[in-house]
Write a protein that binds this ligand. Structure first.
Ligand SMILES: [Zn+2]
Length: 288
């Protein structure tokens, strides 16, 4: 009897260990499409300045046992100001409206309607799988003079990916965009603004340019129009790259973004800002 009891206990212990192994291993098995469905649900955490600096917290939390020290986005920008762009010339009264997570068939067309009414061109950072799903929206962007940038294929946090997967995210999206627009975009905006040093250098070696932002509407939270407007106008400055979203994560209502846009455009133009695309703001080519 004691022997049987011992065997049974060993069996129970082994079962528990195996189950634990499966559980901790499972996140790596999430397919891109599943990751993509979470997209925009966790855009950069609210940080007044500098923008998109969330790598710091992650590093601090895990720093002890991790590999070599990871530079925060602020440190990366200081080290490579020409490779990780946050703004244009602060002496020129221009600004660029940028919209991440495009396209969808609900909010992006409404954003395009507003831009057309006001004769303003913007820059859209598109997610590869979404571009494949809504190709006509991308074609409309091009037709109406907007610029397309690369926002990865599945909206993954690129800084957490293997080199192979990271490069696939970029290349795959380039191919989708090239197929739809006829050009390979030079501009890359990593989801959550998050990128590592060696990834930045790899992108540079391929003639890509990482363009984040320095004015954050925080609209991805599904804010009401007056709050979105306030977030933008209260932090505006010449040379600003303004971050907004033209579609939301699952269940996020982006009506506030659409409704805020006419006011934002009118007020900025009233304050003497010229609203331009990112290539115009930075004096670079849209393609490579
Ligand atoms: Zn995004």
């Amino acid at each position: 009897m004691p022997k049987l009891l011992l065997l049974f206990t060993v069996f129970l212990l082994m079962t528990a260990v195996c189950a634990g192994g499966r559980e901790t291993g499972s996140p790596a098995l999430i397919p891109p499409s599943a990751l993509a469905s979470q997209e925009a649900a966790a855009e950069p955490a609210p940080k007044p300045s500098p923008p998109a600096n969330k790598t710091t917290g992650r590093t601090d939390n895990t720093g002890k046992t991790k590999r070599s020290r990871t530079l925060t986005l602020a440190q990366l920008h200081r080290k490579y100001p020409q490779l990780l762009i946050l703004n244009g010339n602060p002496l020129v009264r221009q600004a660029a409206l940028t919209f991440d997570d495009a396209p969808d068939n609900k909010y992006t067309p409404r954003v395009l309607d507003v831009l057309r009414e006001h004769h303003v061109q913007a820059t859209f950072f598109v997610v590869g799988w979404r571009a494949e799903k809504y190709p006509d929206v991308i074609r409309r962007m091009v037709r109406e003079g907007h610029i397309i940038g690369n926002h990865s294929y599945s909206h993954a946090d690129l800084s957490r990916l293997s080199d192979t997967r990271f490069q696939t995210e970029i290349r795959q999206t380039e191919m989708v965009i090239h197929h739809l627009t006829g050009y390979t975009p030079k501009l890359v905006r990593p989801p959550y603004g998050s990128i590592k040093e060696h990834q930045l250098l790899w992108l540079e070696s391929r003639n890509s340019l990482v363009t984040n932002w320095n004015v954050d509407s925080l609209d991805w939270r599904g804010l009401k129009a007056p709050q979105v407007t306030r977030n933008v106008l209260s932090t505006m400055k010449p040379g600003a790259i303004i971050l907004q979203h033209s579609s939301g994560g699952r269940g996020i209502d982006m009506t506030g973004t659409v409704q805020a846009l006419p006011t934002i455009i009118t007020k900025l133009q009233g304050e003497g800002y010229e609203l331009v695309t990112l290539p115009e703001l930075l004096h670079i080519s849209k393609s490579k």
